[in-house]
Design a protein around this ligand. Structure first.
Ligand code: DOR
Ligand code: ZN
Ligand code: ZN
Length: 385
């Protein structure tokens, strides 16, 4: 049928390199179906489903299952991320080749921060990945520096008596993995960059010719640790919300291209896992349905990105990073395309109960945000409007 997109901004369908759908294992908080619906409403036509499911996505049977369920749901391409190791904290590399060769054609391997604390394991994973042509996402923090930590290690955490998670925990691992990727001749992708220092390291690594790419989350672009004053568990996330200067450095880096793309780290949690005392709340926040609006608020409104730039950070760069050739590009006449139409003048107030996600842990509840996805089309079929 014909769609009237008048007054809208036409963009290639968005690609999210970092989504947690909780299937298999925690279908009470998100399923591939509900996560896909949230993604379509957010303007996405492809998402990368993180490996920290239960069981862990460390073999082709699971990665193929996730891919097939996603195709049956049919709202968005759900590309499984393979775990780097057998089990999240495993010592043995997973069957990466089998996952890459399977129906899901796994392109991205990660661990969600648990297994590649060990530099020897990361070195081996990078060496192996370079032969396989897949990408490893650096997702790790120095575990000694983050033990017991719940919030950014700064004045706010100190005043509130919260255990601090230092910038150095992230930055030391980004530096380490950039150097390991250099030596292995491998590509590495930095998940959820959150500090000013990480931006400097990325810039330095690029100057050395290291094949490093990076993503930033919408929440690290918009929010900072001043949010912690209420002790509301919804604001607990890994890596933690940082300070104003980190936020501004991340925005500038995204505008400049030092950070390649926006990735949501959409992390649904049950209400009872988020309502408790801050230190007991599970880390993670929803992101799929609000990402575009947060990018408009933090990047388009201040003049840091134009709509061409939005297409770059939400769609083209993430598609290129993982080598998706059917996403992130303009469509030719007569070709069934993946696209998103945004109403640039819309303003909307986020109501958690109106979200398609099965969970409610959005940090933007009652916030009014600019710009809204009006229509999403996957291979010529409307998936959200
Ligand atoms: O806050 C987070 N939550 N960060 C992660 O890296 C994992 C995620 C989750 O799975 O809930
Ligand atoms: Zn993470
Ligand atoms: Zn994550």
């Amino acid at each position: 049928r014909t769609v009237d997109g008048r007054g809208g901004v036409l963009l290639p369908g968005f690609v999210d390199l970092h989504t947690h759908v909780r299937e298999p294992g925690r279908e009470d908080t998100e399923t591939i179906a509900t996560g896909s619906a949230a993604a379509a409403r957010g303007g996405y036509t492809a998402i990368f489903a993180m490996a920290n499911t239960s069981p862990v996505a460390d073999n082709a049977a699971i990665t193929d299952l996730v891919w097939r369920i996603g195709q049956e749901v049919g709202l968005v391409d759900v590309h499984p991320v393979g775990a780097v190791t057998v089990g999240l904290e495993g010592r043995q590399l997973a069957e990466m080749g089998m996952m890459a060769d399977g129906a899901a054609k796994v392109k991205l391997f990660s661990d969600d921060g648990k297994c590649v604390h060990d530099p020897v394991l990361m070195k081996r994973a990078l060496e192996y990945s370079s032969g396989l042509g897949v990408l490893i996402s650096q997702h790790s923090e120095d575990p000694r520096l983050t033990e017991g930590a719940v919030a950014h290690d700064g004045p706010t955490a100190a005043r509130l008596g919260l255990a601090g998670w230092p910038r150095a925990a992230e930055e030391s691992i980004v530096a380490r993995d950039a150097l390991l990727a250099r030596d292995a001749g491998a590509r590495v992708h930095v998940a959820h960059a959150s500090t000013e220092g990480t931006v400097s390291l990325l810039r330095w690594a690029r100057e050395q010719g290291i094949a490093i790419t990076a993503e930033v989350t919408p929440h690290h672009l918009l929010l900072d640790d001043s949010r912690l004053e209420t002790y509301d568990g919804v604001n607990r996330v890994n890596p933690p919300l940082r300070e104003d200067r980190d936020k501004l450095a991340l925005r500038a880096a995204l505008a400049e291209g030092v950070i390649d793309c926006v990735a949501t780290d959409h992390a649904p949690h049950a209400a009872q896992e988020k309502c408790c005392e801050f230190s007991q709340a599970k880390p993670g926040m929803l992101g799929l349905e609000t990402a575009l609006s947060v990018v408009v608020e933090t990047m388009v409104r201040p003049g840091l990105l134009d709509w061409r730039g939005v297409a770059r950070v939400m769609s083209e760069r993430p598609a290129q990073i993982v080598g998706l050739d059917d996403q992130g590009r303009p469509i030719a006449v007569g070709e069934p395309g993946n696209l998103t139409v945004v109403d640039p003048d819309a303003e909307w107030t986020v109501e958690p109960d109106a979200l398609a996600s099965k969970s409610r842990n959005t940090p933007y509840a009652a916030m009014t945000l600019p710009g809204r996805v009006a229509l999403t089309v996957l291979r010529g079929t409307v998936t959200a409007e």
